[in-house]
Design a protein around this ligand. Structure first.
Ligand code: R7I
Ligand code: MG
Ligand code: MG
Length: 349
C-alpha cells in the first residue's frame, strides 16, 4: 500500500503481536540455531498440530493497554494509561513482566495515586529503569499521531509511566520513530532511513538529563546515536555473523541493547539471506532472524515485527501465523480503529 495505508497499520500492529508470541519460545536462550527457529515457525503451518495457540506476553499485554487508552481517550491521557497498566497487571500478573517493573505496576493500580510518573522514578535507587519495557509497547503511538513531534513526545511520556531513565524512554522514542518512518514508506533505502533516525535522535538525546544518565552508566554521550552508527556500519557490510550482531548491538533486556538490534534485523532482512528459506518474504525473514539472535527474543521480534509490518503491510504476514497467536485478530481490528484516529487527527479534528 501507499504511505500510511490501512495495510501498513494492520501489518505493524499484527506483526508486533506475532513477534511477541513466536519469540516467547526462545526468550532468554543463549544460542538459538536457525534450524530450531525454522522448525518452530514451520510448526505454525501444521494444521494437524491441533491449532495450538501461542500466548502473548507482557509486551503485547501492555501494548494493548496503550491502544485501548489512545482509542478511548482519543489521544494520550496519562491517568487513563497508567490505570490500564495497573489493572492489566493485577488481572494477569503471569505474562512474564520484568522483575523490576512489577513494583511500578502494583503502585499504578492504587486508586489514590496522583502523580502517575512517581512510581517509575523510584525504580533502581531513583535512577529509573533502562529496560526495554517502554520500547516494546511504543509502536501504537506511531499509529495514533500523524505528526512526528507528537509521536516523539507521547511515546516518551507513555514510556515514562514505567521507565524514567533516559536510556529507557529514549529507546521507546526511537522505536516509535522507526515505525512512523516505515509507515510513510521511508524504510528503503536503508542508509537514508538510518540517517533520518540518527538526525532525529541527535535532537532527542541533546539534553543534560541524557548526558548525565549516559555518564553515570558509562555509555557514549548520545548512546542511541552511537548504536545507530553501528547499525549503519553493519548494514553496509555484505556478510555479518550473528555473533558480531550480538557483540556490536546486543540482544538483552536494556532498551539500548535491543531497539537498535531490532532495527538492524529489519534492514538486514530487506534482502534474501543465505541462512533463511528462499520461500520466505521480508517479514518472515525479519521474524526468523530476530529469533535466531537469542536473548530477549520476544521483545526484539515484537519491535522488529512492528517496524517490518509497517513497511510490508498485512499481506506479507502468513495467515497460519496469525491464527496461532493470541491477540493477533484483536490487533488487526484495533489497527483499523487507530487508522481512523490517525486520519481524524491529520484533519485537525
Ligand atoms: O523493562 P521491563 O518492563 O522489562 C521488559 C522485558 C521484556 O523482555 C519483556 O518481554 C519481559 O520479559 O521483560 O522491566 P524492568 O524490570 O524495568 O527492566 C528489566 C530488567 O532490566 C530489570 O529486571 C533489570 O534486570 C534490568 N534493569 C536494570 N538493572 C540495573 N539497573 C533495568 N534498569 C536497570 C537499572 O537501572
Ligand atoms: Mg515479554
Ligand atoms: Mg522480552
Amino acid at each position: 500500500g501507499g504511505p500510511a495505508s490501512l495495510s501498513r497499520f494492520r501489518g505493524a500492529l499484527v506483526a508486533g503481536v506475532l513477534g511477541d508470541c513466536v519469540g516467547g519460545e526462545f526468550e532468554g536462550a543463549e544460542e538459538v540455531p536457525m534450524e530450531r527457529v525454522l522448525q518452530h515457525l514451520n510448526s505454525l503451518d501444521d494444521e494437524t498440530k491441533g491449532n495450538g495457540i501461542l500466548d502473548y506476553s507482557d509486551d503485547t499485554a501492555m501494548a494493548r493497554c496503550v491502544v485501548q487508552s489512545l482509542l478511548t481517550r482519543t489521544g494520550y491521557d496519562e491517568q487513563d494509561m497508567a490505570r490500564r497498566f495497573g489493572k492489566e497487571f493485577s488481572t494477569s500478573p503471569g505474562r512474564g513482566y520484568g522483575s523490576g517493573v512489577v513494583q511500578v505496576l502494583k503502585k499504578l493500580s492504587a486508586p489514590q495515586l496522583s502523580d502517575v510518573y512517581q512510581p517509575a522514578r523510584a525504580q533502581f535507587n531513583g535512577r529509573g529503569s533502562f529496560g526495554n519495557g517502554g520500547a516494546m509497547r511504543a509502536a501504537p503511538f506511531a499509529l495514533a499521531f500523524p505528526d512526528l513531534a507528537d509521536v516523539k513526545r507521547f511515546a516518551g511520556l507513555g514510556a515514562m509511566l514505567t521507565h524514567s531513565c533516559s536510556l529507557g524512554y529514549n529507546g521507546a522514542i526511537l522505536q516509535a520513530l522507526a515505525v512512523h518512518l516505515a509507515l510513510q514508506g521511508a524504510l528503503d533505502p536503508p542508509q537514508q532511513f538510518i540517517n533520518r533516525l540518527i538526525a532525529e535522535m541527535e535532537e532527542v538525546e541533546d539534553n543534560e538529563v541524557t548526558r548525565n544518565d549516559a555518564r553515570i552508566l558509562k555509555e557514549a554521550e548520545k548512546p542511541f546515536c552511537e548504536r545507530l552508527h553501528r547499525v549503519r556500519d553493519l548494514i553496509d557490510r555484505s556478510k555479518v555473523s550473528i555473533e558480531e550482531v550480538i557483540s556490536e548491538l546486543g540482544n538483552g533486556v536494556a532498551a539500548l541493547h535491543s531497539v537498535p538490534t531490532a532495527i538492524f534485523c529489519v534492514l538486514h532482512c530487506l534482502q534474501p539471506r543465505e541462512c533463511l528459506p528462499e520461500s520466505y518474504g521480508g517479514l518472515e525473514r525479519t521474524i526468523a532472524y530476530s529469533l535466531a539472535l537469542g536473548g530477549d527474543t520476544d521483545t526484539i521480534a515484537c519491535m522488529a515485527g512492528a517496524i517490518a509490518g509497517a513497511h510490508y503491510g498485512i499481506e506479507a504476514i502468513p495467515q497460519s501465523w496469525i491464527k496461532c497467536c493470541e491477540g493477533a485478530e484483536d490487533a488487526d481490528v484495533n489497527a483499523g480503529r487507530l487508522h481512523a484516529l490517525y486520519y481524524q487527527s491529520a484533519k485537525g479534528g
